[in-house]
Design a protein around this ligand. Sequence first.
Ligand SMILES: Cc1ncc(COP(=O)(O)O)c(C=O)c1O
Length: 361
Amino acid sequence: MELNKLIRENLRKYSAYEPGEQPTEEGWVILNTNENPYPPLPEILNDIKKAVNNKIRLYPDPTSFELRKEILNVLLRDKDTLTNRNSIFIGNGSDEILDVIFKVFIDPGDEIVIFYPTYGLYKVLATLYNAKINEIQLNEDFSIPDKAFSAKGKVMFINSPNDPNGKSLGNATILKLCDNFPGIVVVDESYADFSNQTCLSLLKKAKNLIIDRSFSKGFSIASLRMGFALADAEIIKEMNRVKLPYNTNYLGQIAALSCIKHNKKIFEQNKKILKERERLNKELDKYNGITVLPSDANFIFVKFDDKSKTLKFVWDLKEMKILVRHFSKPGLYNYIRVTIGTEEDNNKFLNAFGTIANKYL
Ligand SMILES: Cc1ncc(COP(=O)(O)O)c(C=O)c1O
């Protein structure tokens, strides 16, 4: 058997997504994967524990009916957005929703529009599905360049707040992109729980908009892989036709329901992350030779004036068992992305940063 001849041709040029390093031993300060630093609330852990019973023998509800109902009736109750249960798709993390969107819309050779820099998975999936990629470079300040408003293609992927810089795009920009683009516009709002901006209200105006949301970041249940999408019911119907029958698991559904039940308390807890984001910003601002970009997400993006110093910081931090994210990619060599941790972890990071800054800055 010649495996190379059996696998799909475009897999030969395909590079898989590379997640941030995740050490398994204790003692690391992990600020490279944008997880929520706080554990799920005890009430949520309790609901999950109670659900570990004989029901695990059964398949989960393939339609996640309860969860869709509660997303609309509770989580999004005060939002000016769609109110139809059939306008919600439940996915195995917001990542699976991106994959389902490719499955629905992309034939080999179809054109998609993505921006650079942004979350790497859009490009990885585009290569996997053999899409033609129109990658548009963001402006220096990470805003959308004019040429994006005349771009053509089947699907455009926007990330707001954008990973890695943390900036949200305004609704006027998103609406203009939706109005001008002939295909589907996907707005990945996986980090929107840390921002006071969302484009949920645009769903009533833009029929070609899909919003992708996550329970991983704002709700601290990344391991249970839960996400949801909102869009016109006709689009959601197609997404449901192609998804695997039991794409989300029972415990994940229970956990997401519990997160919704306790959402006010969770958002209260998340305020600590926002406060810490402000503190990190202020503390790092004291150093010459770096700039901290304003962020609406649970991470900050730090720019080094002197590119050659960036990796020195990354390596020295790692020696002190602190992980941050560095992207060895054009235009990003002089940045590090730092996830906002607990107060204790942030102090460790700030102390280590100060020690290293004494050497290099
Ligand atoms: C922009 C963006 N979208 C989606 C995801 C994945 O989220 P989920 O855990 O819901 O699949 C991430 C994770 O880092 C991300 O940065």
